[in-house]
Ligand binder design. Structure first.
Ligand code: C2O
Ligand code: CU
Ligand code: CU
Length: 496
């Protein structure tokens, strides 16, 4: 980012905000897209309905054989919309498999733009028709994935979404998300085990997904409607004494969730799908886009308690302070769901003192690397719009044909990911989960396996990555998916 002073007018022009309105001296939201209060928005048709679970597609005899058709026309927040779904729903079906299973997924594209499929968080091969982010499925076409989950894969909470570079944010904002659960023993003794897949979107009064303004895209768009399993503020019923496992997935394009449950501590048992070594009581659980947390909720007395996401400051575009803060109006706490506790008391087993966390890989670090995430005003000052702002890793935007890191298979590497800019960027690596060793914020590293970590503005995080089992090319990127689509992604080639 240059430190050269820049006039507000010049900056607005670079950001593609209507120059005509700037000339009249009004800070206008030129297109009306993403403009607070300027076009009518769909209000939820239903709130407070019982939490529903997506349909389940489960593996049989080691194979999960499922067709997922991507198409428009789903119900969201109790309304008919032209948002996208898998097999007519958003979220799509919950895929349930066991370690050792093969996912045979036929993805059928019935939308008018290319798409594909990514199994976020799975340690599986990125090669060929595996979890390959370079696949393109054109409108009208289909593609047969065969994704083999290794027999020693940790059980847990993962998810799936499209990953076609350039349209990832649009397609997730339009509803293309689903949960992917790997079952395994031992499991927790709980009275309920539910998926809470959180998404946000913005719909106009005809139920169409509203595209973001240029500025919202750069900041990372946040939707007006925050939904859980496609529902607005659903109600989870519980009896006092219950122990419920909530598998919370942050499927939002850009929104960081800062979760709390009124009058209850949150016992976190898993991060990014896999068990922690022991349950941790937290007042607040922060999930960057892509992160998951499994929480054990144990209500003790009757009442209604809201699951809330508090405002989270993920930085600004830097040069214009508050004005650039996201380009949307939703700033207060958001209610995601309510737990309604009533009825006869139940008795649940105590929380286990230790949990079956997967073992940490040991071994020598073969190589250390430093990566830098940055955004800045490009030198293309003549152009209006987003050409003027670049989102880079190591000074470059994404090039599908370029190998950015070449890694030796079955070695352990240490990566220090530096964030040079004024906004947080969640770092995500496909196929090879990592552990956080240290971070600029000084918070003690959890030391557990994860796949998304928030790199705070002007901060850094050091990771240990075992590049085990799978040769092949894949990607790492900012999981603010607007940034990814704008180029903040790079490739890693793991070679034998
Ligand atoms: Cu959740 Cu590259 O993705
Ligand atoms: Cu991923
Ligand atoms: Cu980012």
């Amino acid at each position: 980012m240059t430190s050269r002073p820049i006039s507000r007018r010049r900056a607005l022009a670079l950001l593609g905000l209507g120059t005509a309105s700037v000339a009249t001296g009004t800070v206008a939201w030129a297109t009306g897209v993403g403009a607070p209060g300027q076009c009518s928005r769909l209000r939820p048709g239903a709130s407070g309905e019982p939490l529903s679970q997506p349909q389940v597609a489960a593996s049989v005899n080691g194979v999960l054989d499922v067709a997922l058709t991507v198409g428009p026309g789903v119900r969201l927040a109790g309304r008919d919309t032209s948002a996208f779904g898998f097999n007519g729903t958003s979220p799509g079906p919950t895929l349930r498999a066991q370690p050792g299973d093969t996912l045979l997924v036929r993805l059928v594209n019935h939308i008018d733009q290319p798409t594909n499929l990514h199994t976020h968080g799975l340690h599986v091969s990125p090669h060929g028709n595996g979890d390959n982010p370079f696949v393109t499925i054109e409108p009208g076409d289909s593609f047969d994935y065969a994704i083999r989950i290794p027999a020693n894969h940790p059980a847990g909470t993962y998810w799936y979404h499209p990953h076609h570079h350039g349209t990832v944010a649009d397609q997730i904002f339009a509803g293309l998300v689903g949960a992917l659960l790997v079952a395994g023993e031992p499991d927790l003794p709980v009275t309920e085990d539910v998926v809470l897949l959180v998404t946000d979107t913005t719909l106009d009064d005809a139920g169409r997904v509203v595209p973001p303004s240029a500025m919202a895209r750069m900041m990372g768009r946040e939707g007006d409607l925050v939904l859980v399993n496609g529902q607005h503020e659903p109600v989870i019923t519980a009896a006092p004494g219950d122990a419920q496992r909530w598998r919370i997935i942050n499927g939002c394009v850009s929104r960081v969730l800062a979760l709390r449950l009124e009058s209850h501590p949150l016992a976190q048992v898993a991060l990014d799908g896999v068990f922690l070594p022991a349950p941790v009581d937290r007042d607040q659980v922060v999930l960057a886009p892509g992160n998951r947390a499994d929480l054990l909720v144990r209500p003790t007395s009757d009442g209604r308690y809201r699951l809330i996401s508090d405002p989270y400051n993920r930085g600004s575009m830097g040069m214009m302070g508050g004005m650039m803060n996201g380009g949307h109006a939703a700033t207060g706490p958001v209610t995601l769901a309510t737990v309604d506790v009533s009825g006869p008391r139940t008795i649940s087993p105590a929380l286990p003192a230790t949990l079956p966390a997967p073992p940490a890989p040991n071994g020598l670090v073969a190589r250390q690397r430093q990566l830098t995430f940055a955004m800045g005003m490009g030198m293309a000052m003549g152009g209006l719009g987003m050409d003027g702002m670049s989102f880079t890793i190591d000074g470059r935007t994404f090039d599908t044909g370029r190998d950015d890191q070449t890694v030796q298979l079955d070695t352990i590497e240490e990566w220090t990911v530096v964030n040079d800019g004024p906004m947080d960027h969640p770092f995500h690596l496909h196929a090879w989960p990592f552990r956080v060793l240290a971070a600029s914020a000084g918070t003690p590293p959890t030391g557990v396996r994860q796949d998304v970590v928030l790199i705070p503005a002007r901060g850094w995080v050091r990771l240990r990555i075992p590049f085990s089992d799978y040769p092949g090319r894949s990607v790492y990127h900012c999981h603010i998916l607007d940034h990814e689509d704008l180029g903040m992604m790079a490739t890693v080639n793991v070679r034998t």
